[in-house]
Ligand binder design. Sequence first.
Ligand SMILES: Nc1nc2c(c(=O)[nH]1)N[C@H]1C(S)=C(S)[C@@H](COP(=O)(O)O)O[C@H]1N2
Ligand SMILES: [Mo]
Length: 433
Amino acid sequence: MPGHKMTERSVAELYRDDPERADALVWGRRGTLKGAALAAMGMALGGAIPFARNLPGGLLPAALAQGNAPQFLQMEGKARLILQGERPLNAETPEHLLDDDITPADKFFIRNNGSVPEPAADPRAWKIAVDGEVNTPLELTVGELESRFPLVTLRLQMECGGNGRSGFAPQAAGNQWGNGAVSCAEWTGVRLRDVLRAAGLKDGARFTGHHGADSHLSAQGPAISRGMRIDKAMDEDTIIAIRMNGAPIPQMHGAPARLLVPGWPGSLSQKWFTRIELRTTPHNGRGMGGTSYRVPAQPIVPGSRNNGADFVDMESMPVRSVLTSHAHGTRLPAGTRALDIRGQAWAGDLSVRAVDVSVDFGQSWQAMSVAAPANRHAWQRWTGRIAFPSDGYFEIWYRATDSNGRMQPHVAANWNPQGYGANPISRAAVLVG
Ligand SMILES: Nc1nc2c(c(=O)[nH]1)N[C@H]1C(S)=C(S)[C@@H](COP(=O)(O)O)O[C@H]1N2
Ligand SMILES: [Mo]
């Protein structure tokens, strides 16, 4: 291998400047890390690698696998979210800020497809129309919704369909989300099914189409307009929300009313909600069809072109976990041998059966305790204690398993052009000493 020609210093520098090239040089073609190269990698990481013997061949240590330094959102009422884009405004919550069981407004990720509308002058007079395949089309104000239908309060996870997209190789189009395009707030509102029943569903009402008040930046027309199968619309946890965490919904998150469709792609949870149509055929709004919020029914060649004709709509989101007690890149005092860690896990319409953690590059796994959800569609708290045999560089690998037994895979699977459904095992680098 070429390592013997390099000084340790140069390898460390190469890792800083061009980690992928450094990795290729260090690992060579044989994929075993030895001698000078191992020492060099340790130096780049800031400590020895006690479990180096388990490091899978060619795997770039998580501490070195970072892209460009992130930019942060600076906005009144918002935490230091990772900025994904300014026009339209998109920002993701760093994993370690997702530690609350109920996501506070300041830590709630932002996903816009267009402009953010001006606040309504009179929120209670905001109108929502129900039309299409119904016996009695309705137009209800937010005030009428509140007085006519029972109010429910639920903790509901909402996750962008593209959460985890940065896990795809080659890179898929769109915001390069890590794991932080997710939230679990406490929402108050009325069940969508109560409102639909009040309008009276005709037999032909098989699908919904959702509309909001925002417009697209590049062209005329709506920012996004998606729809779903009627079963999900009639699920008892699908609501028209009018309060978030006991307060009016912040303007950024869809005031004065938004749909909340937990467990399915966040794009269904229409903000600034103005109208729902009942349809005999799938909705054809912006964000429907082709490769939008759709995944291959049969795997396609990663990086290939595809018009999505054979794709299927993404429905229940795949299982995922976040580590919230310690940020990636945490440095712990020398001599630290035990660490209490925790996080959240969720699985679309399913629940989470297990969360397992490895600190030896996947050689051994340890079960964490997983709490029951506060209600269906709430995320679940996991906790546990891990041990370090010595000082050095470690990676905490964390992996959740859903109630059907499916677990997060080692690498993002089922590549698709717009990058939906990536839920690989996550790795957080920790340096002890
Ligand atoms: N009207 C409207 N609703 C919308 C969107 C939008 O751009 N406009 N974005 C959708 C997407 S893709 C997601 S993931 C969620 C994000 O909600 P948040 O910004 O409150 O986090 O809202 C959904 N609802
Ligand atoms: Mo989204």
